[in-house]
Write a protein that binds this ligand. Structure first.
Ligand SMILES: [Zn+2]
Length: 176
């Protein structure tokens, strides 16, 4: 089921989300919520979505990129359901990341992100995992983790001259 996505200004997007009790992850309630998050991400052409974006203040996000029309130049990565995530940057390399957000429709902004990270957490079956990810996949994971702490990409921009509307992003920046 596709859920409504909360937009910036909704105070729930600024809350710190609670850890999930992993013992409850196999419940129908949790599993159907995870399905709804995936449905919503795909319906909105998001590369990721976090639970608070649909009003549930739990540390869960999902991410996937498969020929995404909102991110035409980005490499694909598989569906990943991440519960109680921890991210550690690997090395000092940063990337200039142009980001959008389903909760901030119509805007793009550029900000620095770690180029390569270790992502640890639990999958949708409650199994712990750790994986090394980089490039767009690493950027998306960092963006989604921020949502679980009430942080939006605008907060991380150090130069607001790189805040653009979608149309201007395509016109002036997509091919730079
Ligand atoms: Zn977002």
């Amino acid at each position: 089921m596709v859920l409504d996505v909360l937009k910036m200004g909704n105070p729930l997007l600024r809350e710190k989300c609670k850890e999930v009790d992993i013992d409850t992850i196999s419940s129908d309630n949790s599993q159907s919520f995870i399905e709804d998050l995936i449905d919503t991400m795909r319906a909105e052409n998001g590369a990721g979505i976090a639970a608070p974006q649909v009003g549930r203040l739990q540390r869960i996000f999902v991410m996937e990129c498969d020929n995404n029309p909102r991110y035409p130049r980005k490499s694909s990565f598989p569906l990943n359901v991440v519960i109680n995530p921890i991210i550690n940057p690997l090395g000092d390399a940063l990337v200039d990341s142009w980001e959008g957000c389903l909760s901030i429709p119509g805007l793009r902004g550029m900000l620095p992100r770690a180029a390569k990270v270790e992502l640890a957490g639990y999958d949708r079956y409650g199994q712990p995992f750790t994986k090394v990810i980089e490039d767009f996949e690493a950027v998306v994971a960092q963006h989604e983790l921020d949502h679980l702490n009430g942080v939006l990409f605008l907060d991380r921009m150090d130069d607001m001259s790189y805040l653009t509307f979608q149309e201007e992003y395509v016109k002036y920046w997509l091919n730079v």
